[in-house]
Design a binder for this molecule. Structure first.
Ligand code: NAP
Length: 243
């Protein structure tokens, strides 16, 4: 299945890299602003079109490609805050619309993608999109009313994770660990913890308490985080991004 990406920037580039790595799949074709004059040809050559331009560029891009859309096309928008019914209107209802929210870990085949379930999207198109995103990570299908919340959690989430990683590396540096060692120690610890959580049905609080032995160092570190209201700050950041 030929995939075309309009907007090969941060997210489009990450998806292109991951989709290109699939065995036996046709090479992904893509455009940027500089090659926008090729958008209509890209649509004609593709069965699935991924829209990865900024939300404010989206209405014009969709209206521009609308004449080349066919009912078989699956047109997937990754734009934050843009509803499926808006996409349908801009495209004159000429293609099967899907609204999705992937994230940049797609670059290493570890995207978390949420696909919107909405009356504006047919089930077959959602399944095509799900299969595509499953190739570059993990996919869930949720009600469209949750898409802004999902954006705040998994779309923005890598930025929060990188900030946490930076902060832990800073702490490691202050304790005398070289950056290259600290980078691996921190990243692998977060990766392993996330994998451990997904492999069990236990609450993260339970897993946290397992590490915090009485009188030990972990509980002193955890209490310092509570003193600085880190838990509330992280929850507030997610709520701010989703509101
Ligand atoms: N970044 C993320 O982590 C992330 C996560 C989830 C969803 N998203 C969504 O993904 C979309 C893109 O975000 P981004 O961060 O990847 O932005 P970006 O890095 O600015 O990429 C947008 C790309 O679209 C190109 N472009 C603009 N107008 C175009 C046109 N008419 N035809 C073809 N290409 C065009 C831009 O080219 P120029 O660079 O030349 O302007 C750029 O390469 C947004 O709608 C965002 O909501 C992003």
């Amino acid at each position: 299945m030929q995939v075309g990406i309009i907007g090969k920037g941060t997210l489009g580039g990450a998806l292109a890299q991951a989709l290109d790595a699939r065995p036996h799949a046709p090479a992904v074709i893509s455009t940027t602003r500089a090659s926008a004059h090729e958008n209509r040809a890209l649509v004609r050559e593709s069965e699935v079109v991924l829209l990865c331009v900024k939300p404010h560029d989206l209405p014009n891009v969709v209206r521009e490609i609308a004449p080349d859309l066919r009912p078989e096309h699956v047109l997937i928008s990754t734009a934050a805050g843009v509803r499926a019914d808006e996409l349908r209107a801009w495209s004159d209802e000429r293609a099967r619309i899907v609204r999705a929210m992937p994230n940049t870990p797609a670059r290493v085949g570890r995207a978390m993608t949420a696909i919107a379930r909405t009356p504006a999207c047919d089930r077959g198109a959602i399944e095509v999109a799900r299969a595509l995103f499953d190739d570059v990570g993990t996919t869930v299908v949720l009600d469209e009313r949750l898409m802004d919340a999902v954006t705040a959690v998994s779309g923005c989430g890598p930025a929060y994770a990188f900030l946490f990683i930076e902060a832990m590396i800073d702490g490691a540096l202050a304790l005398g660990i070289a950056y290259d060692d600290a980078r691996v120690l921190v990243a692998q610890t977060l990766l392993g913890s996330a994998q451990m959580l997904l492999a069990s049905d236990r609450h993260p609080g339970e897993l946290r308490h397992e590490v915090a032995t009485p009188g030990g160092r972990t509980i002193r570190g955890l209490l310092k985080l509570e003193e600085h209201a880190v838990r509330g700050a992280i929850a507030a950041a997610v709520i701010a991004a989703g509101s």
